[in-house]
Design a protein around this ligand. Structure first.
Ligand SMILES: [Zn+2]
Length: 403
């Protein structure tokens, strides 16, 4: 009797374990298109945040799962336009491999998606317990940035100083850290996540800054000062919005004389001060490219082929050192690409890289790293490896005196 009763209760419990999609956390995003409880099949698309850029990022927690339960996740493109008359291509939200986590901390790639004729990516995953986290890529949210910066500061003590770059338009803090002495002879500015969906860029930033805090970088910290912002577009990262082509102004088209975003204004002010007092050696902007880019690459300066003298020498030396250090598993292309899709001089000037070039000195280099996200190697660990390699390339670059 007792046995059959407990079986009955167990049976009821299983029947009531409804799958439920939760997104009310930092970076959470999913619009449920269909949830089939019987087949354990979920269809989502990235939710549209009006005016907040590309609907490509998604990140959800599925509750009500049971250990060993097989789940089918289908991801389709958002069907509504993100700006007038423009619907985003579905490929941006459909990595070959998405990521899953059983604890919300450690992320694994899924097996490769199957793609249907009507442009849906289908991922097969398996739960290990009562909930399962699923995302476009390994998430990196303001709480992640906070723990990274706190860790670096704790490790370096007086050798590092945390600062608030600005408050966003929605009042959130944009955090940064300075590593090395503020009056060091060599000065570097690095920022990530001007495009909120490009989480991989922030993982590269983490690997970069953690190398700077390592024992290996002791000498580097005596000679150089690095100013680092792990997340520029804190508002859209928090909301789980894509950010790219947001209205009225994409972060990386906002570097005008009158920026819309306070964090861009504040970055311009700090960089100008660095240039005026010590000279800026390197400006580095961290991004992720398109779904068909299978290797990281740098965007270099327009007109590089026509450059002469010190400028050309520095850009070439950087490329050579980067290629020598970023050797894999995400190996960098050994030649610059150029953002030729940006057509006018005016718009090029409003990109952060262009602004830094115009406001730096003759010896300043300003480059953008696009780290490939759509490969089996595009994991948080490998992004961090890229960041460490990037830091070593920077160390080598700055070992030569400034000309
Ligand atoms: Zn970008």
């Amino acid at each position: 009797m007792i046995k059959s009763l407990s079986l009955l209760i167990l049976g009821t419990a299983i029947a009531n374990a409804e799958l439920r999609v939760v997104t009310d956390f930092e970076g959470g995003n999913a619009e449920v298109v269909m949830l089939d409880q019987t087949a354990a099949k979920l269809r989502i698309m990235p939710a549209l945040h009006e005016g907040r850029g590309w609907p490509c990022w998604w990140f959800l927690r599925l509750e009500g799962t049971t250990a060993g339960q097989k789940i089918t996740l289908e991801v389709q493109g958002q069907t509504r336009p993100f700006r007038p008359d423009t619907v985003l291509a579905s490929s941006w939200c459909q990595p070959d491999q998405a990521v899953l986590s059983h604890d919300g901390k450690i992320w694994h790639q899924t097996t490769k998606a199957e793609r249907t004729a009507d442009k849906v990516a289908v991922y097969q995953v398996q739960a290990e317990g009562p909930s399962l986290w699923l995302a476009w890529g390994p998430p990196f949210v303001p709480a992640t940035a906070e723990s990274v910066l706190a860790g670096v500061k704790a490790k370096l003590g007086d050798e590092a100083e945390r600062f608030e770059l600005a408050k966003t338009r929605d009042g959130r803090p944009v955090s940064g850290i300075r590593i090395g002495k503020p009056n060091a002879p060599r000065q570097v500015w690095v920022n990530a996540r001007q495009h909120a969906w490009e989480a991989g860029g922030a993982w590269v930033g983490r690997g970069f800054v953690e190398w700077l805090a390592s024992a290996e970088a002791q000498d580097f910290r005596k000679r150089c000062c690095v100013h680092f912002i792990p997340i520029m577009d804190v508002d859209n990262v928090t909301l789980g919005a894509g950010g790219k082509e947001s209205l009225p102004q994409d972060h990386n088209r906002d570097w005008s004389d009158a920026p819309y975003h306070p964090e861009v204004t504040a970055a311009q002010k700090r960089i100008s001060e660095i240039q005026a007092t010590h000279g800026l050696d390197v400006f580095l902007d961290l991004h992720n490219p398109g779904p068909t880019d299978r290797a990281p690459y740098f965007f270099g300066p327009f007109g590089f082929e026509r450059m002469t003298g010190l400028q050309r020498e520095n850009y070439q030396r950087w490329m050579d050192l980067a290629a020598a250090h970023l050797t894999g598993p995400l190996k960098v292309e050994p030649k610059y690409r150029y953002a030729t899709y940006v057509k006018t001089e005016e718009e090029r000037g409003r990109m952060s890289s262009g602004w830094a070039r115009a406001h730096g000195g003759e010896g300043t280099i300003s480059i953008t790293l696009e780290t490939a996200w759509n490969t089996p190697n595009s994991t948080a660990e490998n992004y961090m490896t890229v960041g460490g390699q990037l830091a070593r390339a920077l160390d080598a670059y700055l070992k030569e005196p400034r000309h």
